[in-house]
Design a protein around this ligand. Sequence first.
Ligand SMILES: [Zn+2]
Length: 275
Amino acid sequence: MSLYLTDTHCHLNLLDPSLLAEGEQTLLDHTLREGVGRIVCIGVDRDTQSEVLGWAERHAQVFATVGVHPNHVSEAEDWVWLKEVADHPKVVAIGETGLDYHYGAEHAVLQQESFRRHIDLAKELNLPLVVHTREARADTLALLAHAGRRGGVMHCFTEDWDTARKAMDMGFYISFSGVVSFRNADNLRDVLRRVPEDRILLETDAPWLAPVPHRSKPNRPAWVRHVAEVVATVRSLPIDRVAAITSENAERLFGFSTLCNLGAESVGSDQFAAE
Ligand SMILES: [Zn+2]
């Protein structure tokens, strides 16, 4: 069965080096054979943003985001670069951004300021947001109330149904990662059961959070298939239907196809018709 899955959140530039031993193209060809046709490569800070854009420039099926992860915010950030980079023809979203109080609320003010700037930029450029939230549910939702109608995605969703519902009311998609395959994730699978079909996205968050049956190994984009299998089981759908629905959702949110045309000219990529 040929699938067409979209990994909506992957850190290709941080993958385990062993996966790249035979080169980027070999990895992506293999990923495509496993049924993953598109990958969104996520920016987390200024220092590594050019690596993220590099992946998107070299490969037609890879798209990029630009942002500063809440755990990477610093007082020295000048923010001008963010807007400049967001102009890149293969940037499909702003983020990842958001709030993470897991390591204490010490940087909460700085994180909130950064999150606000990302929200404002997304609004200004009419791009969706990629939102990370950890132990900061209330503050995240409060700030997202200013996000505007374009919405975005709650990435690697691990919160409860009430949070999902509120985020969806504000135009956000709910993205499920390998966490949904974990043995102790019954509550999350319950959320998955309730999210409307047209709001579900899939991701790996590779190199982290490898799904069952690969737990604790370095994750890779091809393994988004295991996330899709869990969605298929939980929702009693055939996996090719899950792939079609979630890839359509990703297309609607990120608008890849409008950029593909653009990308083909300005990026000069030749791999788009791969297999
Ligand atoms: Zn991430």
